[in-house]
Design a protein around this ligand. Structure first.
Ligand SMILES: [Zn+2]
Length: 185
């Protein structure tokens, strides 16, 4: 799944706050956006979908932080909770996508996401066949609806930028392995 899809999913998680705690909704959405982006920073260094992907640990910490935020709601507690919950959803959702192969549409790799407490990879389900697939763009579009219509300011701007990046990424996705092989290896 595209990083932008994960970010939009994170913002969607915070949509109920617009009604329940409107003063905390923007900071929650921003934290969730960043939490959705964050795990994929392991593309830059380390083992992708392992070094910064912690489905169980983010999930557990997110639930604890969520309970703390319920008892003591503030920008800090709500922000931490939604950062962690969004990162957890990101890691779980990665298992619904493709593997780690250079051309994930060829479906030759069986690593979806690494589960640290179990010391093993969960296999990719390929419900979204690969990151940047047309169905991934549909998903990014659907999950962008709250960011576009429930929020304004920074969140709406980030959502618009995310959608723009998604469209370009999907358009060039199948050409990227060729570019990578030619210039980066
Ligand atoms: Zn990821």
């Amino acid at each position: 799944m595209m990083n932008t899809t994960h970010a939009a999913m994170g913002v969607t998680l915070t949509a109920p706050l617009v009604a329940l705690a409107p003063e905390l909704a923007p900071v929650a959405a921003l934290a969730a956006f960043v939490g959705g982006v964050f795990p994929d920073l392991d593309l830059l260094s380390g083992q992708h979908r392992r070094t910064l992907h912690f489905p169980v640990y983010y999930g557990t910490a997110g639930l604890v932080a969520g309970v703390a935020a319920l008892f003591s709601p503030s920008a800090a507690t709500v922000g931490v909770a939604f950062f962690l919950l969004s990162a957890a959803v990101h890691c779980v959702a990665d298992a619904a996508g493709g593997g780690l192969e250079l051309r994930p549409w060829e479906a030759t790799d069986d690593r979806g996401v690494y589960v640290h407490p179990a010391s093993r990879w969960v296999r990719p389900r390929r419900w979204i066949r690969y990151d940047g697939a047309p169905e991934d763009l549909v998903l990014a579009g659907v999950f962008s609806v709250p960011g576009l219509f429930l929020f304004d300011g920074t969140i709406r701007t980030l959502t618009v930028v995310g959608l723009g990046v998604s469209v370009v990424y999907v358009a060039v996705r199948k050409r990227l392995p060729g570019v990578e092989t030619k210039y980066l290896r």
